[in-house]
Design a protein around this ligand. Structure first.
Ligand SMILES: Nc1nc2c(c(=O)[nH]1)N[C@H]1C(S)=C(S)[C@@H](COP(=O)(O)O)O[C@H]1N2
Ligand SMILES: [Mo]
Length: 197
């Protein structure tokens, strides 16, 4: 099975963090609302394009090839964390397996109701994954375990914790923070924090 976009190359050549960011050794928790408690046995992820959809449980997901990435992550609240290691299934693998059409826009939804949107190209042509392990262990519930989206090249609000659904569409629909004034795309290297940036 191909992993079209996943390269595992994650650090910028210059070793810098994006403008306006500071490096922290901590791993802050940022959630709009409570931590969602969900057991691996009850977790499911649906990938759909309006015509086709496929639902994966924990075992289904672990039947797909896993990839590992070590990458810096960047939160819009100005912290960056270096060299975080994540293991999971790349989105390109998942979309190929689900047989969904390459539509331009994705809306990602989480258990608990959080949503975020991004271009499908940023999911399939870059290092984006459904992560199930962080730094060699399970992902803690407050960080989105058992499974979260990880899109390391965009601000971390795009990396939906407790991910449950990715819907591909011809029409762009904005997510929770995007509707509330955060930048629609959120490239940390261009400091796309808010809509006016
Ligand atoms: N489901 C869900 N995912 C979410 C959020 C959230 O509130 N709910 N917050 C986002 C934001 S704004 C950030 S910065 C990161 C924080 O991830 P962390 O708590 O693991 O540091 O999760 C993102 N994913
Ligand atoms: Mo955030």
């Amino acid at each position: 099975m191909v992993t079209r976009g996943f390269t595992g190359r994650a650090r910028s050549a210059s070793d810098a963090v994006p403008p306006g960011q500071y490096v922290t050794a901590d791993f802050p928790v940022l959630t709009a609302g409570p931590t969602i408690a969900i057991e691996p046995e009850e977790w499911e992820l649906t990938i759909g394009d309006g015509a086709t959809s496929k639902t994966y449980d924990w075992d289904d997901l672990h039947g797909l090839p896993m990839v590992t990435i070590t990458t810096d992550i960047h939160c819009v609240t100005h912290w960056s964390k270096r060299d975080t290691t994540w293991e999971g299934v790349s989105i390109s693998t998942l979309f190929d397996d689900a047989g969904v059409d390459d539509l331009p826009f994705a809306l990602v939804s989480s258990y608990g109701g959080y949503t975020t949107n991004l271009p499908v190209a940023d999911l399939v042509d870059r290092d984006a994954m459904i992560a199930v392990r962080f730094d060699g262990g399970e992902i803690a519930a407050e960080h989105g375990g058992p499974a979260r989206l990880l899109v390391p090249h965009l601000y971390l609000w795009k990396s939906a914790k407790w991910v449950r659904d990715i819907r591909l569409s011809d029409d762009e629909q904005q997510g929770f923070w995007e509707t509330a004034g955060y930048h629609n795309y959120g490239d940390p290297w261009r400091e796309q924090r808010y809509y006016s940036d």
